[in-house]
Write a protein that binds this ligand. Structure first.
Ligand SMILES: [Zn+2]
Ligand SMILES: [Zn+2]
Length: 365
């Protein structure tokens, strides 16, 4: 993020961060979780179903000076630029009988960075995420009253939970099996898309929706894991900052939280600002169909028509909710006359210019 390009809110956060240092339990540095992958429940580790990783799998291809020795420094890490708005974001949650249905398009309620990462973005130097954010079909049926299983189970690569913003929650690992939060470059809301275009977080985000904060300062619910247990924010009862030391190997504990509008003492997970950030393992029984939906998203993007001016026109038309043909006619022969085109479409020239520019960057030319 360049300071000149930052939105006022992002700028305020940046300035606060510069003044105070990132407010983490470790001060302004966090131990890197690289190598902390296990095949059984282990505190501070990710119990991963995938045990072999390709060190050359796609991901950030270069680390910068925010990683020093065994630590990384959040305030020094670049952020993917942009503030792209989406429609149809959010997760719908409905309890009927013993089931909790969660549906959504996998699109967040908040703005995202411009993906693929633009060549002019300072983040491009480190991470050339070539994926475009795409809508997903999220349809989960989870137990409304989850139970702890006899044995904890491993988490898949891909979706391990859904946040109330509508975006997926992944475990702490990137494709080569490293600490994704330390290595991968995310946008101002700590999210980015994977190969199937699924936008996701690997850890805490400033943009999460938190529901039902406890009277004692316990964080509210930010989403659901695929086993049906709730995922809560960074604070435990009494407002104390959560870390692996307070949590079990799956990254949860039993404490009083607000659950479906009522105070209840029950098992739940926490986000932490230290690795593994989200879940270490599943304490309950994860939904098989949810894991399949998560796996399905790990596919290469569709080929053809996704790049170049034609794709940009389609993206822009979609954003403006008009047909590509109508936008093409309004723009006329190149070079485009934004002023006259905007007049024809009944919108402001600045809006048209902004939408076209974002579409151009998303179409990667
Ligand atoms: Zn990721
Ligand atoms: Zn708690």
């Amino acid at each position: 993020m360049k300071i000149t390009a930052a939105k006022p809110a992002a700028l305020a956060i940046l300035i606060t961060t510069l003044l105070t240092g990132a407010a983490t339990a470790h001060g302004n540095k966090i131990p890197i979780g690289d190598g902390k992958v296990s095949t059984s429940p282990r505190k501070g580790y990710v119990m991963s179903c995938q045990t072999r990783f390709n060190p050359n799998a796609p991901g950030a291809w270069q680390s910068g000076d925010w990683i020093k020795g065994n630590y990384w420094y959040p305030s020094l890490k670049p952020t993917v630029d942009g503030a792209v708005s989406w429609s149809g974001g959010g997760a719908k949650v409905k309890v009927s009988g013993a089931k909790r249905k969660i549906t959504g398009k996998g699109i967040p309620t908040h703005t995202t960075g411009v993906y693929p990462i633009s060549k002019v973005d300072d983040a491009y130097k480190y991470d050339r995420n070539p994926n475009r954010i795409r809508t997903q079909k999220i349809s989960l049926t989870l137990p409304a009253e989850p139970q702890q299983a006899a044995r904890a189970s491993c988490g898949p690569m891909g979706m391990i939970g859904v946040s109330l913003t509508g975006a997926a929650i992944f475990n702490a690992l990137d494709a080569p099996g490293r600490d994704a939060v330390a290595h991968e470059i995310q946008d101002a809301c700590s999210g980015h898309p994977e190969r199937g275009g699924q936008y996701h977080y690997h850890g805490p985000s400033d943009c999460l929706i938190e529901v039902g904060r406890g009277a004692d300062g316990h964080s509210g619910l930010i989403g659901y894991a695929l086993d049906g247990f709730g995922i809560y924010g960074l604070s435990g009862g009494g407002g104390r900052h959560m870390s692996n030391a307070n949590l079990d190997a799956c990254h949860g504990h039993v404490e009083t939280v607000v659950w479906d509008g009522k105070s209840r003492k029950m098992y739940h997970y926490h986000l932490t600002d230290e690795y593994p950030y989200t879940l270490g393992c599943f304490k309950g029984t994860p939904s098989a169909s949810g894991q399949r939906q998560g796996q399905k998203s790990g596919q290469p993007p569709r080929q053809g028509g996704s790049k170049g001016p034609e794709a940009a026109l389609k993206i822009a038309a979609q954003e403006l909710r008009i047909s590509a043909e109508r936008l093409r006619r309004a723009l006329g022969a190149p070079p485009p006359d934004f002023k006259s085109a905007a007049k024809k479409l009944g919108i402001s020239a600045s809006k048209l210019r902004r939408v076209m520019e974002q579409a151009r960057q998303q179409a990667g030319f």
